[in-house]
Ligand binder design. Structure first.
Ligand SMILES: [Zn+2]
Length: 147
């Protein structure tokens, strides 16, 4: 697979962080670089690369690690949402995503339709994590809020 121009320009996480600080004309010291690298290490480079390139257009100030993670999560959700599943002609009228098969004993069972499994495979093929990158803030019970 050939690398894109952006993959050449930003080959790793260190380069992505350097790009970010350069874009905001901010000096990058070793300690700050380490914090950003540590905080972003678990996120796919593809998402971090896209987030740092888009940041100057979207954020007036140098984003914190938490803001970058949130941007990466938005990019992940956007990329996965672009792959829309539509039930095929064989399953859409009965039970979308499911199809009936008859096993050796003559019992009719439901199994996932090929349109659904190929959509799931397409999601996996993006190489993006299917679970959220960041957790939502913990909810609070009503009695915790009232004094
Ligand atoms: Zn189907």
């Amino acid at each position: 697979m050939t690398k894109t121009l952006l993959e050449h320009a930003i080959p790793d996480l260190t380069a992505a962080i350097a790009y970010l600080f350069t874009a905001y004309r901010r000096p990058l010291d070793t300690a700050t670089g380490l914090v950003y690298e540590h905080q972003l290490a678990a996120i796919p480079l593809r998402l971090v690369r896209e987030a740092v390139v888009q940041a100057p257009d979207a954020r007036p100030f140098l984003p914190t690690c938490a803001e970058l993670k949130a941007d990466c999560e938005s990019l992940r959700l956007h990329a996965l949402a672009a792959l829309v599943w539509a039930p095929c002609a064989q399953c859409r009228d009965a039970q979308p995503g499911w199809t009936a098969v008859t096993d050796a004993a003559g019992v009719e069972r439901l199994t996932r339709c090929r349109c659904w499994t190929s959509h799931q495979q397409a999601l996996v093929n993006t190489g993006l994590p299917l679970a959220p990158l960041i957790a939502l803030p913990a909810g609070r019970e009503a009695e915790e809020v009232t004094p």
